[in-house]
Design a protein around this ligand. Structure first.
Ligand code: PLP
Length: 413
């Protein structure tokens, strides 16, 4: 287990207005953080304050408000670069989220670099966001998609097999840093080093790792890294794509319009350097201010402490669920992220989640946007409890108790 200085839980919980709210007359144990996290007061207030006092469109006015809004927007980019360990702010493209970041790379980089007969290497444990854009790109280009397998019982990525497949030099290797189903943390730096040695371009889906554990894209040495603000205390509608600057510079635009052009004639246009080239139209300005506040907030809590806290809750949950008869827990036995997917033999996942909801526990049920993996694991529908920096042992216990009670209830009905 990770040994970071402990998280000041009462202090952190006081920062989240949501935790004081009653839903249907009771406080909810919110265990669906893998889908989206709650927002601290600092983010809510920053977005409200920015909207009330500082708002204007960016990059286009010469009036004071526009200048200030532009400065705030670009300050958020600088903060994001620092947060992810990017060498310069120009390596950070604002997107709508992880999904859009991956689509941007699949379209802009993929269209220019993937050819018929090429291989795109993914893993079997990818979220649909890191599957479908590549499957579609491969279809358009006449390329092939291959998958690094997960280990037999659905514990982790089969690293030996992944190394072998990277050694065959695919055009790209795209993989989740933290699996949103297995909760396994893949050795991103090791995999990227191997890929780099062989000239294989790498993309990391960081949706479940950014803001949950320390991430430094320069140390990992990946080519692309995509993540979403809403999974780390920030607002919806904004995310980050880190790209190695030389790669971004060589990529064509993928959307066209205002803001991303240098000169436009009736017959054609020239485009601005990155990141502006990839940010056509009015961006998510208020959300950028909120994201800036979220990054400040998460770092003030301390990422090593957040990681240790969530890992502990994940391990305790996995252990408690494994002890219940008829429950199958996916993911690694030890070191893991703070999310646990499990399948209950005797109760359908949706029934279980409905039952838990009645007890004031919010958990996820379904395929977790990883249909091929869950089918392979023989659990097309399963439940998931996922934790963040404000969750307590008591909430975890409520989640586990809801599973026990559901099994008992459905065995009698
Ligand atoms: C591993 C992973 N990748 C991608 C995504 C997509 O993120 P978003 O919906 O914010 O684009 C998610 C969301 O759950 C995820 O868990």
């Amino acid at each position: 287990m990770n040994s970071a200085s402990p998280l000041d839980l009462p202090h952190a919980r006081a920062d989240f207005p949501f935790l004081q709210v009653e839903v249907n007359g009771r406080r909810v144990a919110y265990l669906d953080n893998g889908a989206s996290t709650q927002k601290p007061r600092a983010v809510i207030e920053r977005m409200a304050g920015f909207s009330a006092r500082e708002y204007a469109n960016v990059h286009r006015g010469i009036h004071l408000l526009s200048e200030r809004a532009t400065a705030a927007y670009e300050a958020a980019r600088e903060r994001a670069a620092e947060f992810l360990g990017a060498p310069q702010p120009e390596c950070i493209v604002f997107t709508r989220g992880t999904t859009e970041g991956i689509n941007l790379v699949a379209n802009a980089w993929g269209e220019a670099n993937v050819r018929a007969g090429d291989t795109i290497l993914l893993t079997e444990m990818e979220h649909h966001s890191n599957l479908v854009p590549w499957i579609e790109l491969a279809r358009r280009k006449g390329a092939r998609v291959k998958y690094a397998p997960v280990t037999e019982l659905g514990a982790a990525l089969d690293l030996e097999a992944a190394r072998r497949l990277i050694a065959a030099r695919p055009r790209l290797f795209a993989f989740a840093h933290v699996s949103n189903t297995l909760g396994v943390i893949s050795p991103a730096a090791e995999l990227c080093a191997l890929a780099r040695e062989l000239g294989v371009t790498t993309l990391i889906d960081g949706a479940q790792s950014a803001g949950h554990l320390p991430v430094n894209v320069s140390e990992i040495d990946c080519d692309f890294f995509a993540c979403s603000a809403h999974k780390m205390c920030g607002p919806t509608g904004i995310g980050l794509l880190y790209g190695r600057h030389a790669l971004l510079e060589a990529m064509p635009p993928w959307q066209y319009g205002g803001e991303m052009v240098e000169r436009v004639e009736y017959t054609g246009a020239t485009f601005r350097p990155p990141p502006a080239r990839f940010e056509a139209g009015t961006p998510a300005i208020i959300e950028a201010a909120g994201l800036h506040a979220a990054l400040d907030y998460v770092e003030s809590v301390g990422l090593p402490a957040v990681a240790a806290h969530c890992e502990r809750l994940g391990e305790l949950t996995a252990e408690a669920l494994r002890a219940i008869e008829g429950v199958r827990v996916f993911g690694p036995p030890g070191h893991r992220a703070g999310l646990v997917t499990f399948h209950v033999e005797s109760v359908h996942a949706h029934d279980l989640a409905f039952f838990a909801n009645d007890l004031g526990v919010a958990m996820r049920a379904g395929h977790h946007c990883a249909q091929p993996l869950m089918r392979k694991l023989g659990a097309p529908s399963s439940c998931r409890m996922s934790f963040y920096l404000y969750n307590t042992d008591a909430e975890l216990a409520r989640g586990v108790e809801a599973v026990r009670e559901a099994i008992d209830f459905f065995s009698r009905s």
